[in-house]
Design a protein around this ligand. Sequence first.
Ligand SMILES: [Fe+2]
Ligand SMILES: [Fe+2]
Length: 260
Amino acid sequence: MSLEVYLNKGIKYVIEEFQEIEQILNEYGIGCGKCGEGLCLLKDVVEIHNVDEDVEVELMGRISNVIYPGKKIEFPKRKRKIQGQKEIKYSPPMKKMVDEHVLIMRWLALIPTVIENLDLESEDGLKLINEGLDFIRNYADKYHHAKEEDETFKYFNENLDIIKVIKNDHVKVRNHVRAMLQAINEKDKKTLADHLKAYSEILPEHIKKEDEILYPWMDRNLSTSQVGQLYSKFDEIDIEYGDAPERHRTFIENLESKFC
Ligand SMILES: [Fe+2]
Ligand SMILES: [Fe+2]
């Protein structure tokens, strides 16, 4: 098959055909094998993961060796807007979302203890789980995802795989939330625990994808004036939500002092 065909193939299918490539990508910290979708094209993988130029030559050389053993086939180098940078420097709006992830991660760390202490009978038990669901729905979903889906993603073609992967995760999370609400109503502790656990397992990888891949990629593709627009839209969202984010932060802090 020609080089062009492989370059335009989803990485999942390339890995299916040449399993060694998954291991090679892993060595460069690129976890396409574990990605829920794996639909990014082989030619876009280095761009999406912002691989350094010298690393790109080495990585693509190894991949070409697997696909065309013994032949000297060179992959075309991607065009770069800026030199690959090691340390991620976020624009102010992206930094804001990265900071929100920190609070969400603190909540995720509390979930195993919340599950151990699940109680759908007592007033205190119900208060805890309802506040937890309030955090999930209003902070992690509405407040944070309003910035992602309703604002940031709008600057991009939402049919791009990189955005589709992230939006699919949001859908999965919302399905778990719906199931959790139903389980609370039906006082079904086991189902609630199962969905809480599944929810808490999706998000760490999701947040990592956003922090390390999606947000830096968006930053590389947004103009300075778009970054400015986003920042003022985020300010408007913050005003709209008033003291709610602070209340959610207090909920997490109280829970940490109760359980940790
Ligand atoms: Fe997200
Ligand atoms: Fe996020």
